[in-house]
Each structure stands twice: as structure tokens, then as C-alpha cells.
Design a protein around this ligand. Structure first.
Ligand SMILES: [Fe+2]
Length: 382
């Protein structure tokens, strides 16, 4: 049997002021709401007030769980599960960047399936979690539409990738106004994360036509809007397009997987707390150079999608243009340019490469790397 499958939330709502639908959508799923969010930003930006007001208007009771740190830990998930059980929660509103959304998904899954979050590193959940209404406040992870959650085990210094259909939120609400307060460095890093999702979904061994449509559109939208959104906080057209683009990228990689960039960036987060988007951005050009020959036709199309003139060029020439274009995009974001600049030292390259080579995302990379090649990539961008 050879088939493709495409999964996504039941409702995806996109547009300015869509946040005001949170109450009405949650009401269809339950009565007692747990808002899962970060410690500060959703309060500072007013996003939490907008969500709370909408829930109140729909007559819903809610409890706020605002303990999610960046790179949420197993302990945060445990605390969230305790709160959800204590308060008899039957719907979760996830509000924030990828961290808040990922924590909410893990809390939802463990609350109904039982056990501890660590159990799910190896086993799959058997039943639906508490239904989730997800509202992203950054434009990057696409977590509001994906089946993935990344939870950090701080003791083992491992970022656990948990992937399951039951983790897909029921409703995704994308309101560009919620992303307005993102500082330029966060816009840049999360935007490069989304760009990486699109590229990796497009070239991964699990790529399929239903995902390609979204991946290619995401590459196009992000290429033409990322720098505008970084340079001008209130460019709402650019912000809206970035939010849409990162959601498309989320749909693509949730159904077609990411690849080597993500496998190599997770150890950078686990060992050195390099923000996920920044780690991907640093790795992407060099990993693409490594992958180019294995999928040059696709690289040619990426170059075209990014606006490069490929007319009269051979596949080989055009595929190199894709790498150049990606390098230029990364350079214009103003993000740090080397691992050294972000506080990484060479001591752990061996261990990090070992983690990456064993990572599931590596098996779906178009070119199979050796341990030595991964160390070389880390060294090149050092
Ligand atoms: Fe990512």
C-alpha cells in the first residue's frame, strides 16, 4: 500500500481580531478552561486580556497556568497536568509562542492518558487529549497546527520530540495583532525557524504533494515578508503574511517531517540554550550545502520560488543559487552569524553530533550523514 495522508486542526481561523472568537470556539469544546501561557509576554502585550475577555463573554470559567518557560521542561508539564486535574479542566486555551503551545499539548495528552510525560518518549498516547484552542503570538513554530511537542528533559539535557495525531489542536486561531509586539530578534529567529520548516518539509524523504503546496507557498511568503517584518514592527501586511506563511510551513512539516537542520539544532538548545529559531538559522545554509547534490531539482525550484532568475541556468547552477539566496536572507535578518557568538564551545561537538545522527529527523534527510560530517558542519559554522 502506498498512500499519503494530510492532517490538520478542525478549524483554522486567520485574520485581525480573530482572537475575539476564542470564547465561542472554546464553548463548543468544554466548560472549564485552562489558559496555558508564558510568564510575561502575553500579559505585557494585552493578549491574555483579550483572550480572558472573550472567554468571559462566552460565560466560561477559566484558570490561568502561566508558568511556561522558554523550552518547557518536564517539570512544567507535570505542574500543568496537576492543575488540569485539580480544576477538572475540559478545554485548554494555549496562548504564546511555540513553548506555551508545546507545553499545552503535552499537558493535554498526559492529563487524559495518564502516567508521566517521560513515558511518552517511547510510547504513543492511546486516547485524545483535552481539546486545545491554540493562539500563536509568534510567527515561527506553526505549533498551532502541528502534531508535535518538544519538551526538554533538563536532567538528561535532551529535547524530547513527541509526535502524535492526538497532539493536533482542535482549533487554531491566528490573529496577526497578537504578533505585533514581537521584538525584531524574535521575529527574525522565529521567522527563520518557519522558513526552515518549509524547506525541510519540501526536501525531506517524507515529502508528498499535499505538503509541497504549503511548503512552497510558505517559502514564497516568508522570503518576501520576513525582512520587512523584522525592520518595521507595525508593518501589518508583512506580519499577516508571516503568520500565514509560518502556519503553511507548520502544515507542511507536520505531515512531511523536518530533517537534518532540526536534528542538529536540538542539541544546541539542550546543551547551550540557543533559541530554537536562531539555532536553525545558523545551521540552515551549511546543511543545505551538504544536501544540495541529493536534491538539486528541488533546490532549483526553491531558487525560483525565492525570486532568483534561473532562466538559462543548469540545474546545478540554479541549485547553488538557492543556497546563496538562503544565505542572503539569513544575513539580512541581523541574527548572530556563528556558534561562537551565541556562547557555544567546541567541547561538546562530538556528543552533539552523536545526538543528531541518532535523531529521527536525520533518517528523513535527503542525504545520510556520517558522524564526522556532522562534526564538520558544527565546526564550519563555529
Ligand atoms: Fe522548528
Amino acid at each position: 500500500m502506498n498512500y499519503s495522508m494530510f492532517q490538520c486542526p478542525r478549524d483554522i481561523i486567520y485574520g485581525e481580531d480573530a482572537v475575539d472568537l476564542t470564547g465561542a470556539k472554546s464553548l463548543k469544546l468544554g466548560k472549564r478552561v485552562l489558559i496555558v501561557t508564558g510568564k510575561h509576554s502575553s500579559k505585557k502585550t494585552g493578549a491574555l486580556d483579550r483572550v480572558s475577555d472573550s472567554l468571559k463573554k462566552s460565560g466560561l470559567e477559566y484558570v490561568i497556568f502561566d508558568k511556561v518557560e522558554s523550552d518547557p521542561s518536564v517539570n512544567t508539564v507535570r505542574l500543568g497536568v496537576e492543575t488540569a486535574k485539580e480544576k477538572n479542566i475540559d478545554v485548554i486555551v494555549a496562548l504564546g509562542g511555540g513553548s506555551a503551545l508545546d507545553a499545552a499539548k503535552a499537558i493535554s495528552m498526559v492529563s487524559t492518558n495518564g502516567g508521566d510525560i517521560l513515558d511518552y518518549e517511547k510510547k504513543a498516547p492511546e486516547i485524545e487529549g483535552i481539546p486545545i484552542v491554540a493562539l500563536p503570538t509568534t510567527a515561527g513554530t506553526g505549533s498551532e497546527v502541528t502534531k508535535y511537542s518538544i519538551i526538554t528533559d533538563t536532567e538528561r539535557k535532551i529535547k524530547m520530540l513527541i509526535g502524535n495525531d492526538f497532539l493536533i489542536p482542535k482549533v487554531a486561531i491566528l490573529d496577526p495583532n497578537l504578533t505585533k509586539m514581537m521584538p525584531p530578534s524574535v521575529t527574525a529567529a522565529t521567522g527563520m525557524d518557519a522558513f526552515t520548516h518549509a524547506v525541510e518539509a519540501y526536501i525531506s524523504k517524507a515529502a508528498q504533494p499535499m505538503c509541497d503546496v504549503y511548503a512552497v507557498k510558505a517559502i514564497e511568503l516568508i522570503t518576501s515578508n520576513l525582512i520587512k517584518a523584522v525592520l518595521k514592527e507595525d508593518d501589518m501586511e508583512a506580519r499577516s503574511n508571516m503568520l500565514l506563511g509560518q502556519m503553511y510551513a507548520g502544515l507542511a512539516f507536520s505531515n512531511a517531517s523536518v530533517a537534518l537542520v532540526h536534528a542538529m539544532s536540538r542539541p544546541l538548545g539542550a546543551y547551550y540554550k540557543v533559541p530554537h529559531g536562531l539555532a536553525n538559522a545558523l545551521l540552515l545554509p551549511e546543511v543545505m550545502r551538504f544536501n544540495r547534490a541529493a536534491c538539486s531539482e528541488k533546490f532549483k525550484f526553491i531558487a525560483k520560488t525565492m525570486g532568483e532568475n534561473i532562466e538559462g541556468k543548469s540545474t546545478r547552477e540554479a541549485s547553488y543559487l538557492a543556497i546563496e539566496s538562503i544565505k542572503n536572507l539569513f544575513s539580512e535578518t541581523g541574527l548572530p552569524k556563528s556558534l561562537k557568538e551565541v556562547g557555544v564551545d567546541k567541547d561538546n561537538f562530538d556528543k552533539m553530533a552523536k545526538d543528531a545522527v541518532e535523531n529521527k529527523s536525520t533518517t528523513l534527510n535527503p542525504r545520510k550523514p556520517t558522524l564526522g560530517q556532522l562534526i564538520e558542519i558544527y565546526e564550519t559554522i563555529y
